[in-house]
Design a protein around this ligand. Structure first.
Ligand code: ATP
Ligand code: MG
Length: 343
């Protein structure tokens, strides 16, 4: 079975993508799903959530192992090919391909390959480069028999993110309830549709080319990038801002989501009832630094970590909220999850 790749994407920064992936990854693993996390944001915040500085330094300076995403794809910048990824095992169900600040260098390689992939000859190399993230994802998922690939990316619409989205089956959009997030949503939807269309054109060009017949075992991603909903964050709300202002923006999200992401006419009957909000993400306040300090998700904090009194209740609530969300997201990806948690 092929693993499904899910990317959390919004070109508005700071909307909780990395924190959400970190928590969902742990929750999927508790639910006994095998997960590979790809940190494809050159800022590597997700990697820093899992690994300490010594561990990060070791993966950034390996003895010729492809221990980061950059080390896997960088041989393509020269005459080499993709290197087999070496994953970090976090738990028996959870694996990480660490991020790398040098990944930004790969942006220009991808930009160069983009027009070349529409030519009528020598298509293999540009198509290999443009699908390189997908190729590495398949290798990684096969190696550990993962069912789910979770992908964290930076907040921009550049060539790296375009290639990541091409490698993606499903997209979740984390949002803040503010003008900037709403504006981000307005250009996100059309951008996803444009990338999808442009990739389809390249797939057609490839399959009609002479090159394709000599590379029968070379597989390419379909570039589905299907949006499965959005998450609304409460934590971005300024404490001095009235609740009314928050509500005002929250109410506007469904229509903008339908119009710009799903390309639906919001006046179509029946559509308005469909709720694309996967969850409202609570403001976890002091539990966030507590969890960061102990390098664990907030729902695994214990009294020994300092989660006592009302914090202990909040930890239990968070566990249930993330469990529900993981089950909901999995179901939208066609993965059914039993409801028993493994401790
Ligand atoms: N539910 C939450 N409650 C409180 N604080 C949160 C919550 N989720 C995230 N944060 C905090 O908000 C900040 C931004 O979160 P995060 O880094 O996950 O966002 P991001 O979308 O990945 O940002 P970037 O666009 O820079 O990659 C961080 O300081 C994080 O600790
Ligand atoms: Mg991030």
């Amino acid at each position: 079975m092929r693993a499904s790749a899910l990317t959390f994407f919004n070109n508005k920064g700071g909307v909780g993508k990395t924190s959400m992936i970190y928590h969902l990854a742990w929750m999927f693993a508790s639910l006994e799903r095998r997960v590979v996390i790809f940190d494809l944001d050159p800022q590597s915040n997700l990697t820093a959530a899992f690994l300490n500085e010594d561990e990060i330094e070791a993966v950034w300076n390996p003895q010729d192992e492809a221990s980061t995403i950059y080390n896997c794809v960088n041989p393509l910048a020269d005459v080499g090919d993709i290197a087999e990824p070496v994953l970090k095992k976090i738990t028996p169900h959870l694996f990480l391909l660490p991020g790398d600040i040098r990944l930004s260098d790969y942006e220009s390689i991808l930009s160069e390959a983009w027009p070349n992939s529409l030519g009528d000859s020598n298509l293999y190399r540009p198509m290999r480069i443009l699908s390189s993230f997908w190729q590495v994802m398949q290798m990684a998922a096969d190696e550990v028999q993962a069912e789910i690939i979770l992908v964290d990316i930076g907040p921009n619409l550049g060539a790296i993110n375009r290639s990541i989205l091409i490698a993606t089956d499903y997209v979740v959009i984390p949002m803040g309830a503010d003008l900037f997030s709403l504006q981000g949503l307005k250009n996100l939807g059309p951008t996803l549709r444009k990338w999808k269309k442009q990739w389809q054109k390249r797939l057609e060009n490839w399959s009609e080319s002479d090159t394709a017949s000599s590379w029968e075992n070379f597989h390419l991603p379909r570039g589905e990038m299907q949006p499965i909903g959005y998450l609304c964050q409460q934590h971005g709300v300024r404490l001095d801002r009235p609740v009314k202002a928050y509500d005002k923006w929250v109410k506007r999200i469904p229509e903008v989501y339908r119009r710009s992401v799903l390309d639906e006419d919001s006046n179509v009957n029946g559509r308005l009832e469909e709720n694309h909000c996967l969850a409202t993400v609570k403001h976890y306040r002091s539990l966030i630094p507590m969890a960061q300090e102990h390098r664990k998700p907030i729902f695994n904090l214990t009294s020994a970590d300092g989660a006592i009194g009302s914090h202990a209740n909040a930890v239990q609530d968070a566990r249930e909220d993330f469990r529900q969300l993981a089950i909901k997201i999995a179901s939208k990806m066609g993965i059914e999850i039993g409801t028993d948690l493994v401790s």
